[in-house]
Design a protein around this ligand. Structure first.
Ligand code: MSP
Length: 520
């Protein structure tokens, strides 16, 4: 297997402390990145923070800090999150870095030189009057608004909006509707899941308005080249991060841009689909740059059945998850609880059930039973198998076929399906150990016992390798317990050619996943 894979997360606003919603998008990207690395691909995994705009400026003012102080402080929390959650990102970009500012200005210049599909200039100076939500950093049409308390207006997201009137540069988005619809037709995988694709198509079919892309009423942003009274609309300098991190505007042979662009996957939450599948593709068209291959929008987490909010005090901090369940257990829970793309609820009771059922009683128990029997009855070394029976071959071929079964689901971001397939192999292993009863064979047929334990150890080797993207530390421990050499832990090592070597000494078994016992 070869090729490259460029996966990105949204860059996070620095007005907020990281919570599970943020941890989630980056975790999905991390699982994807680790998977493709194990498959031998040249991966670039990017995350970062979105530091300009009115929202950050306002939060800083409320805290009595300068925007720079606030962004330095909060951006650090997001960098700490990458360590806490063991993300394997290759870069972390901040939109206030010179490389992002330079890329945003270069993209602006490229768009400013361009003509829109209707022949008019892609960017023009005008004046904006309309509704703006600072919380969403988004413009809304009058028709989209709902009535709020005391005659106020609210965005469809529930965020407050304010009337804005100021000189502004515009991007001629209205001229890009047909080109965008043609793009969605030509690239059916670009917007996923399909429910989002339909939503985006009908939004574009409804007609697009030109987009205000600069502001003059505050200064915390990237200056517009040639007219420095204006700062760019924060979403423009945010979206550009995906190419800024690759060194844009340097795009020649040998650059990171040439190696990794277009992105193979932009992972986003459902709230920011429009920015990534309408604005971003239109900006790229104007600048004559290739389109990303796929934008996948996941759903939102609630906490114990309710929307997470500071006032309800139910915001789940990633640190809390890790402290309560353990790092890899937390990673597993977030990926297994909810079909990726759907909304989901995080509840402690359900998390405890899942850790106990899938991890402690599932793979943990299978590993513990197998390794303890090997330790006690096979001199603590990989057993010597005899000839395989049809039952053995059924389990071994299920293990050998596992990667094939899940590759497509990884490409579709169906992480829960991937885990379901993997855990069905755990179930096969459980069924096999119960049916073969190696603990009984030790009295009647030690050669057969050795074969059964070998088949189980091989199944665990496969599980250890394939589960690594989800639970890297625990699976490294499992592979250590099986004495799998460190250069034989990638997907190329799966299958018959790299089976465990009989006679290899194994370390004493250790439990991988303790059961969570709740005080009554
Ligand atoms: N800064 C923009 C993104 C710019 S990308 C060029 C932004 N930042 S954000 O911090 O508000 O949100 C980042 C991501 O976190 C979004 O994908 C959003 O969907 C996700 N989540 C925020 N709260 C969430 C939940 N409660 N559940 C799941 N994901 C959530 O938008």
């Amino acid at each position: 297997m070869s090729g490259k894979f460029f996966v990105t997360t949204p860059i996070y606003y620095v007005n907020d402390q990281p919570h599970i919603g943020h941890a989630y998008t980056t975790l999905a990207a991390d699982v994807t990145a680790r998977f493709h690395r194990l498959a031998g691909r040249d991966v670039f995994f990017l995350t970062g923070t979105d530091e300009h705009g009115q929202k950050v400026a306002q939060s800083a003012a409320q805290n009595g800090e300068t925007p720079q102080q606030l962004t330095d402080r909060v951006s650090q929390n997001f960098r700490d999150l990458t360590k806490l959650m063991n993300y394997s990102n290759d870069d972390f970009i901040r939109t206030t870095e010179p490389r992002n500012v330079a890329a945003a200005q270069a993209l602006w210049r490229a768009m400013a030189k361009a003509s829109a599909p209707n022949g008019q200039s892609a960017i023009y100076l005008g004046s904006y009057s309309g509704w703006y939500s600072v919380r969403d950093e988004a413009f809304y049409d009058e028709g989209e608004l709902k009535d709020g308390p005391d005659g106020t207006k609210l965005a469809p997201t529930g965020a407050p909006v304010a009337w804005v009137e100021e000189p502004s540069y515009f991007f001629r988005l209205s001229a890009y509707g047909d080109a965008l619809l043609a793009l969605y037709e030509a690239e059916p995988d670009l917007v996923a899941p399909s429910s989002r694709r339909n939503e985006v198509k009908s939004f574009v079919k409804g007609g697009l308005r030109d987009l205000s892309i600069s502001r003059t009423s505050f200064s915390w942003g990237v200056p517009v080249p040639g007219d420095e009274k204006h700062v760019m609309y924060v979403w423009l300098d945010a979206l550009v991060n995906y190419i800024a991190a690759l060194g844009y505007p340097e795009t020649g042979a040998g650059t990171k841009y040439a190696r990794y662009w277009p992105a193979d996957l932009h992972l986003v939450g459902k709230d920011i689909v429009r920015f990534h599948t309408v604005y971003w593709p239109a900006f790229l068209m104007a600048a004559n740059l290739p389109q990303p291959k796929r934008v996948f929008a996941h759903g939102w987490w609630t906490s114990e059945g309710q929307k997470m909010s500071k006032s309800l005090g139910n915001v789940i901090a990633p640190q809390n998850l890790v402290d309560t369940y353990g790092l890899d257990q937390a990673r597993y829970l977030l990926m297994a609880e909810v079909p990726f793309g759907n909304d989901g609820d995080f509840s402690h009771a359900s998390a405890v059930r899942r850790v106990n059922a899938d991890l402690a009683n599932g793979i943990g128990n299978l590993a513990q039973r197998t390794l303890t029997l090997i330790q006690k009855n096979c001199d603590g070394a990989v057993p010597q198998p005899g000839e395989f029976t049809s039952e053995d071959n059924v389990l071994l071929s299920a293990a050998d076929g596992l990667l094939d079964k899940i590759e497509d689901d990884i490409r579709q971001q169906a992480f829960h399906e991937v885990l379901r397939s993997i855990w069905s192999l755990v179930g096969n292993g459980d069924g096999y150990i119960d049916a073969m009863a190696p603990w009984a064979l030790k009295k009647t047929d030690t050669a057969r016992m050795a074969t059964v334990l070998y088949v189980l150890a091989e199944t665990l080797r496969t599980l250890g390798i394939v589960i690594q993207p989800f639970m890297p530390e625990k699976m490294a421990q499992l592979l250590d317990l099986l004495a799998v050499p460190s250069d034989k832990r990638d997907f190329a090592a799966l299958g018959a050619a790299n089976r465990l070597k009989p006679g290899t000494p194994l370390p004493p078994p250790q439990g991988l996943f303790p059961r969570i016992v709740e005080a009554a």
